[in-house]
Design a protein around this ligand. Structure first.
Ligand SMILES: Cc1cc2nc3c(=O)[nH]c(=O)nc-3n(C[C@H](O)[C@H](O)[C@H](O)COP(=O)(O)O)c2cc1C
Length: 344
């Protein structure tokens, strides 16, 4: 099936995920997906302005291209936070118009802004005026009773009128009352067709699709109708899928899981040397052997051992060896089974 554009920085990205896509995680994802755009966890504009910037904004040079996701709804604050992000070397700033948590609603930002396109447009206009890097939006299809495609397109049109051209569409709406953030990522039905229709009607915009995309085949299908895909949970829970997608899109050979993990060692070691505990890095690799022989043991060894104060890279080697052994055992068992089958 023909793809509708050459692969570029928008083709593949890893979604912003609070508590998950920290800098350690992004360094690991970069090894798996050399071409993907990576997103930080959401940081509120006020925190960027007044908070501990080293902790909130620090990132490793290998993470480029990397985007800072901002939360907020005050144009002046968002402009200031964008300026700071640009100074820190971020390649893009993205405004969160998709998070439905109560805390976020109380602060009047995130998904509830789907009801306030004029305010979002003011925010984006202020951000665009403040920086030279791209300013993008991550949004939903709507919230609560917003049920028609027209309202979604009007939202995008009002925001795009500021000059913003890139929209990441989490292709379901959010319920602001009654559903937890987790349920809001599962219960409202996915309607990819709305994102595709938007791309057809507004071809000058860059539209990336997000939500429920879990296989290289699905990625390929979405790219026939849009400019990009954004992977969230699957990239975290089954990071090898992220590698498979990147390798397939850019026609690169697949690397083994152990190989990819060992490529993470220099970074892990540099962090250990700075006094960062292994558990902060190890937690992001737990799903690497998902579905593989020994995959559960890999996870168990790391989960049990990484919390020890003296845990270091040797624990990870031990976990890799355990999966190797499990794979060998399975291989020789199936060889024995097929020999006895042909003998009988
Ligand atoms: C643990 C977790 C944290 C998330 N945090 C954010 C966030 O900070 N900002 C945001 O825009 N979306 C956030 N999301 C939503 C994801 O970016 C994404 O839109 C959603 O998970 C749907 O994509 P998926 O089905 O590929 O996971 C979060 C999702 C999860 C699972």
């Amino acid at each position: 099936m023909p793809l509708n554009h050459a692969h570029d920085a928008l083709t593949l990205s890893v979604a912003p995920m609070m508590d998950w896509t920290d800098s350690h995680c992004r360094v690991f994802h970069r090894l798996l997906a050399p071409h993907a755009r990576l997103y930080t966890e959401m940081v509120h504009a006020q925190a960027v302005i007044h908070g501990d910037r080293d902790r909130l904004l620090g990132f490793d040079a290998s993470e480029h291209p990397v985007a800072l996701q901002l939360g907020g709804s005050d144009p002046a604050d968002l402009a200031e936070a964008s300026r700071i992000a640009e100074q820190w070397g971020y390649d893009e700033v993205n405004l969160n118009v998709g998070c439905p948590s109560d805390r976020v609603q109380a602060g009047r930002f995130g998904a509830c802004l789907m009801k306030e396109p004029a305010l979002v447009a003011d925010c984006i206009a202020a951000m665009l005026a403040a920086v030279a890097i791209p300013v993008t939006v991550k949004c939903r299809l709507g919230v609560d009773e917003q049920e028609d495609y027209g309202a979604f397109r009007d939202f995008v049109d009002q925001v795009a009128a500021t000059g913003c051209r890139t929209f990441f569409v989490h292709a379901r709406k959010a319920w602001l009352q009654g559903l937890s953030p987790k349920e809001n990522r599962e219960v409202p039905p996915l309607r990819y067709e709305w994102a595709y229709q938007l791309k057809r009607e507004r071809p000058q915009l860059d539209i990336a699709v997000n939500g429920g995309i879990t296989t290289p085949e699905a990625v390929h299908e979405h790219l026939c109708h849009s400019d990009g895909v954004m992977l969230g949970r699957v990239a975290y829970h089954e990071p090898y899928v992220l590698h498979q997608v990147d390798a397939a899109l850019w026609q690169q050979p697949l690397r083994s899981r152990a190989d990819l993990l060992r490529a993470f060692q220099p970074y892990v070691q540099s962090q250990l040397d700075k006094g960062v505990a292994l558990k902060h890095m190890a937690r992001h690799v737990l799903g690497l052997f998902h579905g593989q022989p020994g995959g559960r043991m890999f996870r168990q060894i790391l989960s049990a051992g990484a919390h020890r104060a003296d845990a270091d890279w040797r624990l990870i080697e031990q976990a890799i060896e355990a999966t190797d052994l499990a794979a060998q055992r399975l291989h020789s068992e199936s060889a024995r089974a097929s020999t006895s089958e042909s003998a009988s």
